[in-house]
Design a protein around this ligand. Structure first.
Ligand SMILES: NC(=O)c1ccc[n+]([C@@H]2O[C@H](COP(=O)([O-])OP(=O)(O)OC[C@H]3O[C@@H](n4cnc5c(N)ncnc54)[C@H](O)[C@@H]3O)[C@@H](O)[C@H]2O)c1
Length: 259
């Protein structure tokens, strides 16, 4: 086997991608499948997920869709059981399901706060717990969380999102520390502003570009990150090439956090 494949190849691995139907998750799904993994898209959007599965299969890869709402803990546990029943194991989990809500703090509603925290933070925690239990039994596994530059710095009208992503960074560290003895690595990436449906949705719902303008004004280069530009970092963290990397959040932000 050549060195690159030995280090970064995912042949025969089972990789779950939450939020894999859209945006960054769709890119991660295609990237992991391209590296050899069988990809399981864990999402609530059957139509979009079907499109991604089709694209992966057309390119000669292996993928399937398994519906699950990551905010529903019993459903998440049932998903993990059914997955291992079907495939015998699970090697990689990428937690990409997430959403943003933009509002000044004075007007932030309890409903929006609960929805963002439940999806971005609680969803990441309990899907990692459910899949991690299976990985502990195997003695090996890699979890990659999707944090954000917003896990480290602030920008306006995103208070619940920033809290959730700071929480993802610390969740990553705590899981990594507790599970290192079980052979389960837990890392995250912190992307800068990416061109995805999430960005368009957040702009449309808030009717204001103040958050995006604030971030874009401070970008070192006036270029939004394209979803495919994050794939290399996710494959690296998922792969044996990162065997000694755990608890780390890797900024993939075109240098944004250097400031
Ligand atoms: N777009 C950016 O600029 C950016 C930057 C940094 C981090 N991120 C993070 O990347 C992740 C993906 O964002 P995106 O831009 O690809 O968003 P997106 O809206 O394109 O995709 C989100 C996906 O999550 C799925 N989803 C929503 N609720 C779900 C639930 N309850 N259970 C299962 N799946 C659910 C959606 O169906 C969708 O497929 C998020 O965690 C986001 O915070 C995005």
């Amino acid at each position: 086997m050549d060195l690159l494949r030995q280090l970064f190849g995912l042949d025969g691995r089972i990789a779950v991608v939450t939020g894999g139907a859209s945006g960054l998750g769709a890119s991660f799904s295609k990237g992991l499948a391209g590296a050899g993994a069988t990809v399981v898209i864990a999402d609530i959007n059957e139509e979009l997920a079907g499109g991604v599965v089709g694209e992966i299969e057309d390119a000669g890869g292996k993928a399937e869709f398994r519906p699950v709402d990551v905010t529903n803990v019993p459903a998440v546990n049932a998903f993990a059981d059914a997955l291992v029943e079907a495939h015998g194991r699970v090697d990689v989990l990428v937690n990409s399901a997430g959403a943003a809500h933009r509002s000044p703090i004075e007007d932030f509603t309890e409903e929006a706060y609960d929805r963002i925290l439940a999806l971005n933070l609680k969803g990441t925690y309990f899907m990692s717990q459910a899949i991690g239990r299976k990985m502990i039994t195997q003695g090996k596994g890699s979890i990659v969380n999707i944090a954000s530059i917003g896990g480290f710095i602030a920008y306006p009208h995103s208070s619940a999102y920033l809290a959730s992503k700071g929480g993802v960074v610390q969740t990553t560290r705590s899981f990594a520390l507790e599970w290192i003895g079980h052979g389960v690595r837990v890392n995250a990436i912190a992307p800068g502003l990416c061109e995805t449906p999430l960005l368009k949705k957040a702009l449309a719902e808030s009717g204001s570009s103040s958050t995006t303008d604030f971030i874009q004004h401070r970008m070192l280069r006036d270029q939004l990150i394209q979803p495919d530009e994050l794939i290399g970092a996710v494959i690296f963290l998922a792969s044996d090439g990162a065997a000694k990397v755990t608890g780390h959040t890797l900024a993939v932000d075109d240098g944004y956090l250097t400031q």
